[in-house]
Design a protein around this ligand. Sequence first.
Ligand code: XMP
Length: 327
Amino acid sequence: TWTTGNVIEEQIAAIREQVGTKRAICGLSGGVDSAVAAALVQKAIGSQLTCVYVDHGLMRKGETEQVEKDFVAATGVQLKVVDAQQRFLDALAGVSDPEEKRKIIGREFIRVFEQAQAEIVAEAGEHGEEPVEFLVQGTLYPDVVESGGGTGTANIKSHHNVGGLPEDLEFKLIEPLRQLFKDEVRMVGKELGLPDEIVQRQPFPGPGLGIRIVGEVTKERLDLLREADAIAREELTAAGLDREIWQCPVVLLADVRSVGVQGDGRTYGHPIVLRPVSSEDAMTADWTRMPYEVLARISTRITNEVRDVNRVVLDVTSKPPGTIEWE
Ligand code: XMP
């Protein structure tokens, strides 16, 4: 029978057996999946695990600080933060194709981990002699299916941690959540003692805002989208909609321009798309019928407060046919 206790026990035994006395690293994204995977592996192998948080500059406002504070406080895990913002911007320069972006982001993640591993071995105390042989990932069952790697035939998009991995990967993978759905992962996280702020977080994709800019990713566009996203999140939280809404991607249509009238005259800016969805497992979703007043507040604030944005549009497409993310 399926219980969170059984899942945890089985995984801990399997991980101990697989890792032995070697070391593992785990990429933390700030999301539920990697946090639960890390907590589980830490429970199994303790200080043989080091978590690495790659600040790729594609995070939302406040996210890096949240990982540095909340997750470490909740788990006591060893954390290494790598500032890789410029590296990701350089790698993404000139790229607009969604799959290409996903593959680049997946590849750069791994390259950063590979660099971090040498440093971790050098810095490590008691396990210093052992190489880092394993990479922990919070891959879920739907990630596997939708990247075409499972029993499903679909190949919808390359989730950064499945289809986006480079072929010459130096690490062996540990993926303790590979058979679970999101709600099950949340239960496992709760059982492991993670706080609600982590376990109940809405999903956010590993490639971050990089796949929420339709068009080329630049620093300027990221900053703009970060502002718009922070406003939308603030208003949704204030309206008490965080649990009802599964997630609400905020997307910048950087390649589209629209005419507006703001302040003293004509502007020629960009639209922002709001994509609030309701879902059980992200495999299917429906657009959330949310209150007009909240939409109005978000729209007014974004067009007033975010430079270069003169239009806010609402995505009213279910999944299928539209995926949750635009890319
Ligand atoms: P789609 O856009 O395929 O998204 O309907 C389904 C769910 O997965 C999230 N998502 C990702 N999560 N790495 C992740 O960790 C990814 O590359 C990725 N792409 C999409 C998306 O936010 C939604 O919750």
